[in-house]
Design a protein around this ligand. Sequence first.
Ligand code: GDP
Ligand code: ZN
Length: 503
Amino acid sequence: HPASPDVDTIVAISTPPGRGGIGIVRLAGPQSLPIAAQLLQLTQPLEHARARFARVLDSADPNAKTLDDAIVTAFLAPHSYTGDDLIEIAAHGSPVVLEAIVRAALSHGARLATPGEFTQRAFLSGRLDLTQAEAVHDLIAAQTLDQARVAAQQMGGAMSRRVAPAKESLLHLIALLEAGMDFASGELDDVDVVPPSQIEAAILSVQTPLEALAASFRHGQMLRSGASLALVGRPNAGKSSLFNRLLERDRAIVTPLPGTTRDTVEESLALGGIPLRLIDTAGLRLQGDRPADEAEALGIARSHEALADADLVLLIHDATQTMTEEERTLAASLEGRPHLLVLNKIDLQGSDFSLKSTAFMSKGTNFSSQDTSSSLKGTGFSPYIPTRQSKGALAPEGTPAPILTSALTGEGLEELRTAILRALQAEGALADSGALNNLRQQEAVATTLQALATAQAANINGLPHELMLLDLHAALRALDSLTGATTTDDILGRIFSTFCIGK
Ligand code: GDP
Ligand code: ZN
């Protein structure tokens, strides 16, 4: 890869704004070396991947000799991040010094890098595919270690490796059908016509792994933007108290969201590496509890929305109260989606109960109740908390065991945290190295699958192979756009503009 003279040399401060022990200015492009030579007084010539001591010259004032001391490292084409000559000047982290270095570089012919331009060059020179370039952005933006791990795997090319076998199969099928076409047009002889059943199996072998990949989007999404967790229940059940308890210890990355109202309170926390958005649906009134005014009615609507959108719902019930009809209805409406039942205020039951409930929790999934006759079916609820006298009416199959808590004493909070993590793990929220990470990637796979489905329909309906090949080529193009082999400039522009300058 020879440095091409028509490519600009770009410069930017790559360390974050503000003061630091060290600040780094990056120069990339064919003129990097000559420009650096003007800015720096080197004691030894620059060599690939070798750190060199240098004095930063004060180009604004030739009388004052130097502005700073720096360590300078050159990475020569093609063995650099961008693929062209790249120089990193690590000076002291003073914004005024770093800006002076950039200004001097500009005066010697460099131009300011646009956001993400270093990484864009890495992509354009083939050093990174598009999912890897996106992973650079994700790694820098990671808020939890798990997010960083997944991004690091993607940066290492996990996505390309994951789709490689499907792409191979697709190419093979296309080649097979094209050979058949050549045969039909008389260019080849003795090629067997591929039977539809073989084509069907071949398309299926491309579809199946891509469908799994498409399903991974939700998981990646949870890891990227967090899972949302709604606390619902009747007023006074202890939602806000549990909300605060959960935040107490795990409030690692709390960012109060603007626009929260008195009706829904939303906070972020990291639980076991998963970023969570915890929503206290204070405004949720169950059927029968009338809203007081219009503002509250609005809050109720918002709370119901939060409930509908939540990845996991915590249904909080005050253990000292009997279950109301409305709570049972709410519980029934949650069946089939991830939810946990929380019986709160167990401290009001005395120490007997706590011991009993601990033993009971460790037993497994079902729980017993005093009341074996009331209308529990399908609700997963016991109207009363279990007691020593419980005789063993079992909750319906598949009902999660309730978690017994006291927001007052903190009892059961560890169990609640564990149960939340388990429920999210069951949802696949945990690190998946080859998961689709953003809407662009998801669209690429969805388009591929659509084209494959059309091809399969054409095959099953006995349409000519020319038509099927059009769809298969469309599928290949869509699949290639995932890694950037066939991505248009405007899409590239959109992706890299989300980066910071200096990346
Ligand atoms: P919300 O309306 O569901 O958000 O309920 P709050 O969290 O505001 O709690 C309602 C009342 O119950 C408050 O007075 C809390 O102090 C009290 N409370 C909440 N959790 C517990 C608990 O576990 N034990 C006891 N004894 N009181 C609790
Ligand atoms: Zn509340």
